[in-house]
Unconditional design. Sequence first.
Length: 314
Amino acid sequence: MEANDLIYVAGHRGMVGSAIKRRLETLGYQRIITRSSGTLDLRNPAAVDEFFAAEKPAYVFLAAAKVGGIHANNTYRAEFLYDNLMIAANVIHAAYKHNVTKLQFLGSSCIYPRMAPQPIKESFLLTGVLEQTNEPYAIAKIAGIKLCEAYRDQYGCNFISVMPTNLFGIGDNYHPENAHVLPALIRRFHEAKVNHKPSVTVWGTGMPKREFLFADDLADACVYLMQHYNEKEPVNIGIGEDLTIRQLAEYIREVVCYEGDIIFDDSKPDGTPRKLMDVSKLHRLGWKHSISLKEGLVMAYRDFLQQDQFKLQS
Ligand code: GFB
């Protein structure tokens, strides 16, 4: 990928897409093309084909997706399957049809079997049943991986897939119901602090374990792999360590400087008990994360406080 190659970042307004665009700009890539979902609906095959025919990008980061936490995945099951399936199929097919040099498809750690041996290796894909709460999303992401593999097999396309772990960071979604756990808890602890609430309720038992990677670290890995990885098999991207939801809640309580209690609501789902990814392949390829969870939490909370909708509350 050269400095003046035309690079399309699909999903540039989201937390991951904006981080990838930021990283590319920092590294001096001059020609980055983007389209908001309002102007280009990636679920529309004709619109996607027309865009690729007109702009002819050489490199594509496919970071556009309908995403959310356990509640959103479990509530909007049809949308999570249909939207993500259409986005993957349309962009991957158009990339082939319009001779894109290289495409990188972003999946998720939820594609792996619910009870996969830990840490999870890339080869464990499709060896067991999926976690029910996010099966629609996982199926759509697995289809994206298989599309990249099939277009490589049949047409020789250099399409690679990367599997990020749970992410957080700048421009995250803080919706109280639909967000992922980390941003949801940042908001809940902050609001409890400013409203002098005696306790914060955390969903589930607090026992499940999750691995978290800061989105700007992920973006660096994505650019690195676009530059250095050209194989068929997906590559896990994570930090190689996890913690319980309880421990995470305690870290966030500390970062937010909240002094009340933490209560667990086990009427809410726990989801997958654990999904720590094996990142030995990523390390062998020469990349390792550089932002720790605690450093990331401080930056994420600072970003949260910058969000217009919350400024008045702090
Ligand atoms: O990030 P999250 O919603 O999704 O984390 P997953 C869910 C875990 O955090 C469950 C607990 O154990 C929840 O019980 N939790 C505690 C909370 N409090 C909260 C809260 O206020 N909000 C949320 N959301 N969870 C996602 C997939 O799974 O992983 C996505 O659904 C994606 O599709 C993502 O793959 C990487 O980590 O369980």
